[in-house]
Design a protein around this ligand. Structure first.
Ligand SMILES: NC(=O)c1ccc[n+]([C@@H]2O[C@H](COP(=O)([O-])OP(=O)(O)OC[C@H]3O[C@@H](n4cnc5c(N)ncnc54)[C@H](OP(=O)(O)O)[C@@H]3O)[C@@H](O)[C@H]2O)c1
Length: 300
């Protein structure tokens, strides 16, 4: 479902390369076959010229007719041609070059990994610092959430309200991005949302999902799976928001201005860490049964 369009050009490129190589090999073999035929005709011609037409009848080397040497010399050139087609061109093909390059890169990577391990062994870093280094290389991680005044976000694995403008904003902001979620939030959807790459976090080993949905077993792997995205979104629920908050750079919050009974909550936003950078208020109307505000926070 996801990313199919992206994969197709890659397959086409590979196929094109294979076709080009096959065409080149066919040409090489055709030329070799033509060489073989000309060599046979040439050899017969030399024999006839020497033995029948008596051309160079007296030219001999070590008592052997010249045509034998001529044929042997040509045979040598022909063998060289065969060697070129079946050995040299295969050995020095693009594939071979790529293999050499890959093996060199793999060796370098192995060496770098060994050095890293050695350094880590000699100068170990605390786990928390290690984690933040790994995550800080990644993109702008954004938590997107709608929460009541008491930070309520859900009850019985469902949202508590229906605010169409909030859903619209969620759609606009997350469209085309990776969305990271806990298994329970994923199961609260009737089906995966279109045009977004779903990353579901679960501790279950064989958790089954529709094709295109990525399953990971911890938060770090979720960030890693979204590393190509400049702005991956963490979309809930309560457990995942809590764990992801220390790694996030941004919070897109829809504050629903009421207190709700709930079983799932958003963690408190620490205003000594998070700075509000935008705030727009929406009064309730016929489409929205609660007042709400769109707020954006960035890490100070
Ligand atoms: N208002 C909003 O904006 C909003 C947004 C999203 C969700 N929600 C609501 O939030 C509620 C769901 O939130 P929730 O806290 O109950 O569940 P959740 O965070 O969606 O998912 C919890 C599950 O995630 C997995 N998990 C959590 N931490 C993990 C870790 N470190 N490693 C591996 N797996 C991990 C576990 O799955 P396994 O049990 O499979 O191991 C766990 O049971 C629902 O009511 C939903 O409607 C509200």
């Amino acid at each position: 479902m996801f990313g199919k369009k992206k994969d197709k050009p890659e397959i086409d490129k590979e196929q094109l390369e294979l076709i080009k190589t096959a065409q080149k090999r066919i040409k090489q073999k055709k030329r070799l076959y033509a060489h073989f035929v000309i060599f046979l005709i040439g050899a017969v011609f030399f024999i006839v010229a020497n033995l029948v037409l008596n051309i160079g009848k007296d030219v001999k080397l070590f008592g052997i007719n010249w045509f034998v040497f001529a044929i042997l010399a040509w045979l040598f050139i022909f063998i060289y041609h065969v060697f070129n087609v079946f050995v040299t061109s295969k050995l020095l093909s693009k594939n071979w070059e790529e293999k050499q390059l890959n093996s060199m890169v793999a060796k370098q990577k192995k060496r770098i990994a060994e050095l890293q391990q050695q350094i880590e062994k000699e100068h170990p870093l605390p786990t928390e610092i290690k984690r933040s280094i790994k995550v800080s290389k990644k993109s702008e991680i954004t938590l997107i959430v709608a929460a009541g005044e008491n930070d309520a976000i859900g009850k019985d694995n469902q949202l508590i309200w229906h605010l169409s403008d909030d859903l619209k904003r969620f759609k606009e902001l997350t469209n085309g991005h990776h969305i990271i979620m806990g298994r329970k939030t994923f199961e609260s959807f009737p089906k995966p949302l279109p045009n977004r790459i779903h990353i579901v976090i679960t501790r279950q080993v064989n958790y089954k999902v529709p094709s295109g949905v990525i399953v990971v077993n911890n938060l770090e792997d979720a960030f890693d799976a979204a590393r190509s995205d400049k702005q991956p979104f963490v979309i809930g629920g309560g457990e995942i928001y809590k764990q992801a908050m220390p790694y996030a750079n941004k919070i897109e919050l829809t504050r629903v201005h009421e207190t709700f009974e709930a079983d799932t909550f958003f963690p408190e936003i620490d205003t000594s860490i998070w700075k509000e950078i935008s705030n727009s208020y929406h009064a309730k109307d016929e489409k929205h049964e609660h007042d709400f505000s769109f707020l954006t926070y960035e890490k100070a």
